[in-house]
Design a binder for this molecule. Sequence first.
Ligand SMILES: Cc1cc2nc3c(=O)[nH]c(=O)nc-3n(C[C@H](O)[C@H](O)[C@H](O)COP(=O)(O)OP(=O)(O)OC[C@H]3O[C@@H](n4cnc5c(N)ncnc54)[C@H](O)[C@@H]3O)c2cc1C
Length: 379
Amino acid sequence: MDLRLTPAEQDFRSRLEDWLTQVEVPAGLRDYGSTPTREDLDAGRAWQRRLVEGGWAALSWPSPFGAGATPSEQALFAEALARRGLPRQLSFVSMELAGPIIIAYGSASQREAFLEPIRRGEQIWCQLFSEPGAGSDLASLSTRARAAGDGWLVSGQKVWTSGAHYADYGLLLARTEPLADRHRGITCFAVPMGTAGVTVRPVKQMDGESKFNEVFLDDVAVGPGDVLGELGRGWEVALSVLGRERRMLGSLAIGLGAALTEVRREAERRRLDDAVFRARWASLWGRVQLLRWTWFRFLSDRGDSAADPRMSVLKLTSSELQQEVARLAADILGLDFVYGDAGARWRRVFLAGHGATIAGGTSEIQRNILGERVLRLPR
Ligand SMILES: Cc1cc2nc3c(=O)[nH]c(=O)nc-3n(C[C@H](O)[C@H](O)[C@H](O)COP(=O)(O)OP(=O)(O)OC[C@H]3O[C@@H](n4cnc5c(N)ncnc54)[C@H](O)[C@@H]3O)c2cc1C
């Protein structure tokens, strides 16, 4: 393991810093995390266009589809944008889940139809995996695709589908062989969200935003050209998506260093930076740095492997740290945290942080993965 930047990485970083100081940031752009709200879309799309023009879009996609950046370069990019409070892309599901999955499993015509519009921010995807009865135990999903002519009719319900209310396509898991073993007989489809029979109902979140939805599927017609990967092999596709999701969600904590600096400045301004605050702050700062180095270590050890169960450390720690940093901010802001504009941003971070320990696999599930697959403990 060598944690020093290579000359190529140093060059990448200085080109990026130059670009970031010059680029015109679209009005109204904020760091909306992995999923924009509907209100964020115009600024998010304009930002994606800037990233395309600058050569910074689809960094994680291999050439010739995307920029083919190394994992370390992707990490440098993520850190630089987090420091400035800018989103890494228009939509995480489109760029980091759908795109790479289409590259890995899609046919030539699917790659042709989807990749460039996704890269340019002209096509948004959502992930139709979770159901009311299938979240942590995703393989128990019950959405059915019944054979009809040379295609299928899909019926069932999905839930927590981020961005479904404006998405153009959905990455859908449905059971094509109901009698097969639970991990078999599942197929992954690329479904146009405008197809007859798809009904999207937004869910209002406790932070006031509406990012995810219930999606009802009622005899939605799909054909052989909509299958992603092989018929009945959707579980393999799903595992690849979930591994990528965990890794990316883990990397979101990279922005916590900047957030902690902001909390320290606020404490100093309010003269609340006493010894108790400093001890709490330093402990969090140390853990954020450990997480950051662990992230770089995994990248340098394993390159781009999304299947590494150790990625669960990143997902688990970063989501829990996000909540703790927000709690420290809440204590410093006091009444301002509860009410008024001064604490509005932190209120959002605090409330959204509860979703972070659930999305992409709950903390309990990450602990199970680490216990069973990394530490080899009995089930
Ligand atoms: C912000 C956010 C965005 C999301 N976006 C999407 C999306 O775009 N697309 C999508 O498909 N899904 C999405 N999800 C859904 C997410 O993947 C599920 O919420 C998650 O997998 C947990 O499933 P569940 O909610 O059904 O909880 P359950 O699986 O019902 O779990 C309930 C509780 O039981 C615990 N539990 C369950 N099984 C075990 C076990 N074996 N051992 C120990 N404890 C266990 C869990 O940790 C949890 O505390 C999103 C969720 C959130 C919060």
